[in-house]
Design a protein around this ligand. Structure first.
Ligand code: APR
Length: 186
């Protein structure tokens, strides 16, 4: 595993991220850390109240989580050890810091995962839903951040891009990634 190229360690999955058995599931959260719709809603629903309780503790301590940043909780009833709640930027035509913030969001989530010495991580397509980030630009950013991280971190065995919608799936497919079959699902 240690000698695998970075691209052999990136996989593509089409479907619900909450069904994956990985060490860390990344959530596309908002600054309040109190849950919401989209993938955030799905993670809190499947993971149960433990995740929200831990998010509230973090919120009480540090006052939420700004765009471009990430925090970690346990994973409740999910088949994962941890959930990283990463807050992406809202797309505003690309005139602000959106690109930098999304880069930072992936970088921070990866750094946090590294500190927990895990072997596998699954990412949703952060900011590409309710936050309206263009899917092609977001996919390029996510892929570049993950690639740079894997080149420097030989111990991480697998990073999965979990794409829920066809458009995101096709974006990531254009990178030539190996598609995971359903065996990893519960
Ligand atoms: N598994 C994987 N991906 C999912 C799932 C799921 N169960 N449900 C939705 N998605 C995908 C969407 O198709 C989209 O491509 O997640 C991507 C991100 O969309 P959102 O969940 O809307 O996240 P985002 O655009 O980052 O907006 C964040 O949405 O629900 C709120 O609390 C959240 O306010 C925050 C905002």
């Amino acid at each position: 595993m240690l000698n695998m190229n970075f691209d052999e360690r990136i996989k593509l999955f089409k479907g619900d991220i909450t069904k994956l058995t990985v060490d860390i599931i990344v959530n596309a959260a908002n600054s309040s850390l109190l849950g919401g719709g989209g993938v955030d809603g799905a993670i809190h629903k499947a993971g149960g109240k433990q995740i929200l309780e831990e998010c509230m503790k973090i919120r009480n301590k540090q006052g939420g989580c700004k765009a471009g940043n990430a925090v970690i909780t346990s994973a409740g009833n999910l088949k994962a050890k941890y959930v990283i709640h990463a807050v992406g930027p809202v797309w505003n035509g690309g005139i602000g810091e959106e690109i930098n913030l999304l880069e930072r969001c992936y970088a921070r989530a990866l750094k946090l995962a590294h500190q927990y010495q895990v072997k596998s991580i699954a990412f949703p397509c952060i900011s590409t839903g309710i936050y309206r980030f263009p899917k092609n630009i977001a996919a390029e950013i996510a892929y570049k951040q993950v690639k740079e991280f894997l080149l420097q971190n030989k111990n991480l065995e697998m990073i999965i891009f979990a794409c829920f919608d066809e458009e995101n799936f096709n974006q990531y497919k254009s990178f030539g990634l190996t598609i995971l079959n359903n065996k990893i699902e519960s």
